[in-house]
Ligand binder design. Structure first.
Ligand SMILES: [Ca+2]
Length: 406
């Protein structure tokens, strides 16, 4: 994918990148393990750089492996926390596995990555270092900035951001974008940087873009797709049908919802005859060029209507006529009156039976590199009669407009 270095959006890739870029650092700390009657605990003594006990230091154990997943879901990655007592001692029980240990005191901090908590008592004595600060400008539609694998989140004010006091170390800055329609945010890595103890780093971060492409919102009176409008080239939805199918399509306006949408009605008369079908389709690119959609995660849209439809991605890898479904997933609108959201993950796409005959070995990952069109198809083998489909807000996740560039 183009721009992969600046926009590694896969949630797991963030965690992986964080692990690769940062590695394990155990400086300023010594850890020992003792076995005491099966008690699982992480204990330690936190000391300030002056040598004084870090009284009142906040100790947090962070789930590094699930950090991205939890953060995207709006949940805390902090597994447990403790406050150091007057001697700087702290203790957390009941945690096992490998965690990141973040300790923050007044003006001092320490982050230890990949600390193993075995089935015993692990002792981590840590000397804190002067905290660093990070600030600058970051334009864009993000709703938050965080340092991967930590509990640090930025203070946002307009287009400026600041992390006022963080532990020294190497970090991946992750931008959180609101995902439409569901509760998960999208995480996009924005920058990697390194902070020395006591640093006051001013760094403007590149604007991040969620990997979410509005393919069409059907708001153009000339029937151009949103992608076509971005290119300034004429390309819209087309309809094709088998011999005996009557079809009507229109852009309709719902004044109550304040939006317009695409509507199609098909009259299918030849039951059990796969030649009776209707396709409503649009080329991804106005020039019908094949696009690499390897990064595609889901196809999402609003739908209402009647009948059983196939959502089809038409791949040039199959070299077959238009009426072949190619990679498909079927869906049935929940209601004829109210729009409902349909989310189709690419893992649901299957090579349809007509395409299997000619290319049984073709895998999605190969077909995905040569996608030409997205189509909604209804066939009389699913029923005879008059069927309607209204669609709006077709979104492709995992890709951006930049992926559609030459
Ligand atoms: Ca619309």
């Amino acid at each position: 994918m183009k721009d992969a270095t600046s926009r590694i959006s896969a949630v797991l890739a963030c965690a992986l990148l964080a692990a690769l870029a940062i590695g394990c650092s155990e400086k300023s700390a010594g850890s020992t393990t003792e076995t005491t009657n099966g008690t699982v605990a992480l204990v330690g003594v936190a000391t300030l750089s002056s040598g004084a006990p870090a009284k009142g230091a906040l100790v947090r154990l962070i789930d590094d492996e699930r950090w991205a997943e939890l953060t995207a879901a709006g949940e805390t990655p902090v597994l447990d926390s403790a406050v150091a007592d007057e001697t700087g001692s702290w203790r957390v029980e009941g945690i096992s596995g490998r965690v990141n240990l973040q300790i923050d005191a007044d003006g001092e901090a320490l982050l230890l990555r990949d600390v193993g908590v075995a089935d015993s008592v692990v002792s981590v004595d840590a000397e804190l270092e002067p905290a660093s600060s990070l600030e600058g400008n970051c334009e864009g539609s993000h709703v938050g900035l965080a340092l991967a694998g930590t509990a640090y989140g930025a203070v946002l004010k307009g287009s400026s951001y600041s992390f006022p006091a963080v532990a020294a170390g190497a970090y991946v800055v992750v931008a959180l974008h609101e995902a439409e329609g569901d509760s998960s945010a999208e995480l996009v890595s924005s920058a990697t940087l390194e902070l020395e103890p006591g640093d006051s780093l001013v760094r403007d971060l590149p604007e991040t873009e969620p990997r979410r492409l509005l393919f069409d919102d059907f708001e153009d009176p000339d029937n151009l797709t949103a992608v076509a409008r971005a290119y300034g080239i004429e390309s819209g939805w087309y309809r094709v049908s088998g011999d005996s199918t009557e079809i009507h399509t229109a852009y309709l306006v719902d004044s109550a919802l304040g939006t317009s949408y695409l509507w199609m009605q098909s009259v299918l008369t030849r039951e059990d005859d796969p030649e009776d079908w209707t396709i409503l389709g649009a080329y991804l690119r106005p020039d019908e060029k094949e696009m690499d959609l390897s990064g595609l995660k889901t196809i999402e849209f609003m739908a209402r209507g009647t009948g059983v439809y196939d959502l089809s991605l038409y791949s040039g890898a199959l070299d077959q006529p238009e009426n072949i479904d190619h990679f498909v997933a079927s869906f049935t609108p929940e209601s004829d009156r109210v729009f409902g959201k349909v989310v189709i993950p690419v893992s649901d796409l299957r090579l349809d039976e007509r395409s299997i005959e000619s290319r049984p070995e073709l895998l999605w990952e190969n077909a995905a590199k040569r996608i030409k069109a997205i189509r909604f198809i209804i066939r009389s083998e699913n029923g005879e009669g008059t069927f309607s489909l209204a669609i709006d807000d077709v979104v492709l996740t995992g890709v951006t407009l930049a992926d559609f560039a030459d």
